[in-house]
Ligand binder design. Sequence first.
Ligand SMILES: Nc1ncnc2c1ncn2[C@@H]1O[C@H](COP(=O)(O)OP(=O)(O)O)[C@@H](O)[C@H]1O
Ligand SMILES: [Mg+2]
Length: 250
Amino acid sequence: MPLAPDFVLKTRNLSMAFGGVKVFNNLDFELMRGECHAIIGPNGAGKTTFVAIITGLLSPTSGEVLLDGQDVTRHSVKQRVAEGIVRTFQINTLFDSLTPLESVVIAICQRDKVAKPSFRAIKHLHSQIDEAYTLLEKFGLADDANVATQLLPYGKQRVLEVVLAYALRPRVLLLDEPAAGLSTSQGRALFEQVVTLAQGTTVLFIEHDMNLVFSYATRVSVFAGGTVIANGTPDEIRAHAGVRDAYLGT
Ligand SMILES: Nc1ncnc2c1ncn2[C@@H]1O[C@H](COP(=O)(O)OP(=O)(O)O)[C@@H](O)[C@H]1O
Ligand SMILES: [Mg+2]
């Protein structure tokens, strides 16, 4: 008998409206443990809104978000990060003036609930420094570990954002257009790293570049017209007539 699917995250009857404008209605969505799941769909389909509801940035008009079966719909963003729902950090002015090594050490301390280190105390956190350095090495940032983040090229800053989220060992890693603003080859490199190195992590990402979606997603959901019009493997989605009509335009 096949094993029952193992869902990390589900939404039930999720509806969202801004004022009178409905974004989606009664949306049921399931994220399986370990998959790399892409959300695609036309502009305005509600992809970013959906991810904001998952992370707790927005409250749905009605419906539920379940994490490992637990209702987290009313949990704050901070609670959800602690529970393992993590989206990429946008590198802010604080992280900008730190080095990647310092930033990743801070993320690891947050994860392990080590008291927030003062900047001078960071150098004494040997195990966190070792782990941070290993992570940066894996993601190709070892040579940049001690450079001020603001001096790094844009592409490397985007990789660092993923490393910072990944350092928290999320149960669900959310990426909203991680390759936006990167060149084709930088985008590919970022996805290669996410997919090969984040193995075992469940990833949910929004991406417009269909080459990236069909190369790296293990499953795809298509948002359009206020609902999920299809979900399946990349091959199934490519072959789906409704998706082609509604979105892929082929
Ligand atoms: N804060 C907001 N207030 C009002 N309308 C919003 C807000 N955020 C998004 N919308 C509307 O919700 C719809 C879905 O937007 P969005 O989730 O950004 O779509 P996508 O990411 O798929 O392009 C759009 O019609 C958008 O104009
Ligand atoms: Mg969007």
